[in-house]
Design a binder for this molecule. Structure first.
Ligand code: AKG
Length: 219
């Protein structure tokens, strides 16, 4: 079955200077024709990426967790840590996560990411993919706590991994794109209700850290 990649006939994502993004929320054209998806390639300047990777790895207590799949509880193939305001309790894949406090690094990043994504966030799921065997299966972030059409902003640091978007009703609509270190992916209107996304396994990879900023409301 041949795959259709939207990205091939669309302008390349605009590279935005790190100093500029704090004041400029023009994210350019969406990467999907029927949902709002934007990539800011240079959100963190190249000279600062190593610093952020080291600082966040030191600050965040990454740990193994379990997820429910095919009626079974299995170890999640990555390490995670859930942080946020004290009421930002989140349940995904039948796993209830009570937030740890914001670290100073997460707090420093939050404001800049909010200004770029034009959204506010009260929580963040930190993910550590230790090597190419760590991954995330196809899913959508559409738990009731996130509300309808949430904006989720996803910062990548470290090894460049691919993310794949798959349309829910038209399986031929797929977008595979690389997430460079320092990039910010903004998933907005209709990304979660129309698409599922995944981080596939790869043969070899060094560690990658990912932060997905979210806004969780009590339900
Ligand atoms: O690692 C990523 O880039 C995405 C992670 C993700 O989709 C999730 O944690 O829900």
């Amino acid at each position: 079955m041949s795959e259709r990649f939207f990205v091939s006939n669309r302008p390349a994502p605009r590279a935005v200077d790190a100093a500029e993004v704090a004041f400029d929320v023009d994210l350019g054209p969406s990467l999907l024709e029927d949902a709002d998806l934007f990539l800011v390639s240079d959100f963190i300047a190249s000279s600062e990426r190593a610093h952020w990777l080291e600082r966040l790895r030191k600050e965040i207590p990454f740990a193994g967790s379990t997820i429910h799949m095919f009626g079974r509880e299995i170890p999640e193939p990555r390490l995670t840590s859930w942080h946020g305001d004290s009421n930002a309790v989140y349940t995904y894949s039948k796993s209830r996560r009570v937030p740890l406090p914001w670290t100073s690094g997460l707090t420093d990043l939050r404001g800049k990411i909010e200004r770029t994504a034009a959204a506010t966030f009260n929580s963040v799921l930190a993910n550590l993919y230790r090597d190419g065997r760590d991954s995330m299966g196809f899913h959508a972030d559409r738990e009731p706590e996130l509300g309808p059409n949430p904006t989720i902003a996803s910062l990548s640091l470290g090894f460049e991994r691919a993310i794949v978007f798959q349309h829910r009703s038209d399986k031929l609509k797929r977008l595979k794109m690389l997430l460079p270190s320092g990039s910010l992916l903004v998933m907005g209107m209709h990304v979660q209700d129309r698409y599922r996304h995944a981080i596939p396994k790869v043969r070899e990879a060094s560690p990658r850290l990912n932060l997905t900023f979210r806004n969780v409301t009590s339900i």
